[in-house]
Write a protein that binds this ligand. Sequence first.
Ligand code: UT7
Length: 328
Amino acid sequence: MTALYRAAITGLGAYVPEKVLTNADLEKIVETTGEWIRTRTGILERRIAAEGQSTSDLALPAAQEALAGAGLTAQDLDLIIVATASPDMLFPSAACYLQAKLGASCGAFDMAAACSGFTYALSVAEGFVKSGIYKNVLVVGAETISRFIDWKDRGTCILFGDGAGAVIVSRFKDGHGILASYLGADGTQSSILQIPAGGSMIPPSAESVAGGLHSIKMQGPELFKIAVKTMEQAVRKVLEHEKLQVKDIDCLIPHQANSRILQAVADRLAIAPEKVFTNLERYGNMSSASVPVALYEAVKTGTIQKGDLVVLVAFGGGLTWAANLLKW
Ligand code: UT7
């Protein structure tokens, strides 16, 4: 089906909380060393939301900056999608809280695809705009994932951080915009990365709390291998769609999970390391916020220039993986 319109990112915003948690701080909490964390993950520090700061609170300044960048007000929005694995509540959605805080009056819902959430949500926004249903969609990746960490589990607590990134997806006339998106999932691998309790399968109880079932459980080494394979596959899929090759990519924005994963993906794609944007040394893995915050920084620092071919790619719990191909 030929699309009626082109969808493009017309505004960007990002916000990270003030509190910095360094590797040296973590040495005092669990049995680890800054050297182990740095060499095994590439992470030096991450941000942690203040007490009382919820996911929609982090999303708000990022969304306001994206709106201002696009030259829009909250009233111009037709839809708000918040990708998050750590919403304010089970319901209402973080998107509804954000809608109220922004003073918007459009539809709003959350997208649950864990760390791939932003790339998934961007493709949903692309569909709404391309089909002509909506003109302006706000897409946010926002997490207070630190609330769901077992601070005694050194295999996970060193990895994650809080933050939010936002984009406006609007109708666009010239040749720029989202060229292709690809979504993948494998629900048979759900146990590799999950927060087991708090839903209908294991409702909250004294036992679930005592058993630590409300925090992230992860099989790190297994996930590592799948992440490398699926991110490579997702990048190739969006390129194939437009009959492009890896050498055509100007900037690859991968989910910021682990520098060794990013290195392995770059090796498999045979893409020059300088084309792979990383900021995980400063923020760790911000789940669904990783990709939009990295995109924001790549644009603001001039790493991405108008006309560049950009690929966003992510993987996460579900398992899920996804990519978007953009002409900037
Ligand atoms: O958004 C998606 C979220 N998750 C990911 O992307 C995670 C993907 N996986 C990874 O990034 C890596 O698997 C980890 C960083 C989580 C772990 O690195 P690894 O090289 O796979 O280590 P490992 O789990 O195989 O553990 C190696 C050793 C173990 O000790 P022994 O059994 O060899 O004595 C661990 O107990 O390292 C130990 N270890 C640590 N040591 C110091 C695990 N975590 C730590 C730690 N500090 N923080």
